[in-house]
Design a protein around this ligand. Structure first.
Ligand code: ADP
Length: 511
């Protein structure tokens, strides 16, 4: 067998055909429905208590903070009311010792201190005025302006929380190196508000924000269309989506005893955070190659986040690495000059350094997939340089690079078609394609557009990711060619800034 044929065989293992897409969409719809009814399902379908998306006319000055992992971001956002905004921000590294501080108070006091510093630097008049009035206990001459003096703040907190109200959420557990036992089970908004109040800052924690919901809100503000954005989806390190659901479909909401009922139900809708990274953890419909099986087995959370493990930036490089190693093990072909079929070992060629990242778990970054799939240079020079730089593989041949490109493209294409399953199922679930305002076959009427905001390096940088998603969307019978044309997909930037501000705005009207 030639190397080309062997690489085609491996690439073929990543085939995810129209039938696969259709079956997966069906299962996705079923799991969406399960999650809306009860807890403990694969997709959590978390109600966010946000009941409307922006239409671009929202106005005012809001604050947002983002505690993600390594950094704490503070920003103020001025919404101009014409789909545009301006944003001022500061970023601080979280000191390591605070991530494992003895009590939560130390961490949250530090966060409040950053907010204070930000206000002094960027909104000093506002801050001074408030502090002065507080010190002298002088009532504001016009009590009606008291309320406008307070900044409403959206708090993006990227750790697992059980959200029980628009600004209430109990920390379930820490991740990403944080470990402060006494915070677990507590309301993180209250923890932050207490420390803000200790410093007498004119700030109210108005909303607890999930980054995916922020993406949806940011997109809906900047690209509002006639109906508002349906879905915000992230394809970055991980993958997740939040969408607009009919309130009457969120049946588990009424049975959640802990949830406070204080949300505006007049819109008849609620944004739901799907947590779709866990779609099909039971592996009913997801494609499953030997590389997927091994990746999962050797991961820190086997059997969990099975959709994410086939779709997101954290994992695609590792899938490709395992597939290349698989091809290297095929003794009938020669890859990277490996032709010694008598040695039952991977290090059969001096072209690959012994300590090459090719033999290390997580050794290959997903950005390599983008580079490889997009390489149209003469002699695939870019791939060959990168093999040398990233994987310490010297003097790779054109045939080697062609094999790598073929497999990388197959892994990326499967990810894009799986991403389309999530987007397609959400569009079908919404029913928005069922009615048509404009003329069939005529110019696309703005009212018939189903808007989707996306964010993340994978969707932004992987070559033709959107085109491949669209190909799969057309293969879903409920969507078809006509439906696919009505789906508008656009990048939504800065969900944790402007998106969080927009949620604070919506929330401040409800508090
Ligand atoms: P996050 O999701 O953490 O906010 P990103 O959207 O930047 O951040 O996603 C980071 C992930 O994207 C990483 O897993 C990285 O490997 C991957 N990545 C970075 N650059 C690229 C690229 N050019 N093409 C595809 N994936 C990329």
């Amino acid at each position: 067998m030639s190397l080309k044929e062997a690489a085609e065989r491996v690439a073929g293992e990543f085939e995810f055909d129209g039938e696969g897409v259709r079956k997966a969409v069906k299962e996705f719809l079923k799991e969406m429905d399960d999650g809306l009814q009860k807890d403990g399902t694969y997709m959590s379908q978390i109600p966010t208590y946000v009941t409307a998306v922006p239409n671009g006319t929202e106005k005012g000055l809001y604050m947002a903070v983002d505690l993600g992992g390594t950094n704490f971001r503070v920003c103020s956002i001025n919404l101009h009311g014409d789909t545009t905004f301006s944003l001022t921000q500061s970023k601080t590294k979280i000191p390591k010792e605070l991530m494992t501080a003895p009590t939560a108070q130390e961490l949250f006091a530090f966060l409040a201190k950053q907010i204070e510093g930000f206000l002094k630097e960027h909104h000093n008049e506002h801050y001074e005025g408030h502090i002065r009035r507080h010190k002298h206990k002088t009532p504001n001459a016009n009590p009606a302006t008291d309320e406008t003096e307070i900044f409403n703040l959206g708090f993006t907190f990227s750790f697992p929380v059980n959200q029980i109200g628009i600004n209430r959420g109990l920390l379930m557990r820490w991740t990403k190196g944080f470990d402060i036992a006494d915070a677990v089970g507590k309301d993180v908004c209250a923890l932050l508000q207490t420390e803000i109040d200790r410093l007498h800052l004119p700030v109210r924690v108005a909303a607890l924000v999930n980054d995916t919901v922020g993406t949806l809100m940011a997109r809906s503000y900047t690209s509002p269309g006639k109906t508002g954005t349906l879905l915000g989806a992230i394809f970055g390190t991980g993958t997740n989506g939040a969408y607009v659901e009919k309130l009457s479909n969120v049946t588990k909401l009424t049975s959640n005893k802990e949830a406070d009922g204080t949300y505006d139900n007049s819109t008849g809708e609620m944004i739901v955070n799907t947590e779709w990274g866990s779609f099909d953890n039971g592996l009913e419909v997801l494609p499953n190659t030997p590389y997927d099986v091994d990746l999962d087995k050797e991961s820190v959370n086997p059997g969990i986040q099975m959709f994410e493990k086939r779709v997101s930036g954290m994992f695609l490089g590792e899938i490709l690495r395992r597939a290349i190693v698989g091809l290297l093990k095929d003794k009938s072909v020669s890859l990277f000059g490996d032709s010694d079929s008598s040695v039952n070992d991977l290090h059969t060629t001096t072209n690959i350094a012994k300590d090459s990242a090719l033999f290390k778990q997580w050794g290959l970054d997903t950005s390599f997939l983008s580079l490889a799939s997009g390489d149209n240079s003469a002699g695939l020079k870019i791939i060959r340089q990168s093999l040398s730089k990233e994987l310490s593989i010297s003097s790779s041949s054109l045939e080697d690079a062609e094999a790598v490109k073929l497999i990388a493209a197959a892994v990326g294409r499967r990810a894009a078609r799986l991403a389309a399953v999530a987007i397609g199922a959400t569009v079908v679930q919404s029913g928005r394609l069922n009615s048509m305002e404009g003329k069939e076959g005529g110019e696309l009427d703005e009212r018939d557009v189903v808007d989707v905001g996306v964010d993340g390096s994978l969707v932004e940088f992987y070559p033709d990711f959107e085109a491949m998603m669209r190909g799969a969307l057309r293969e879903v019978p409920e969507i078809g060619e006509a439906g696919e044309k009505r789906i508008r997909i656009g990048i939504a930037k800065d969900g944790s800034g402007v998106g969080a501000a927009l949620i604070a705005l919506v929330a401040s009207k409800e508090l």
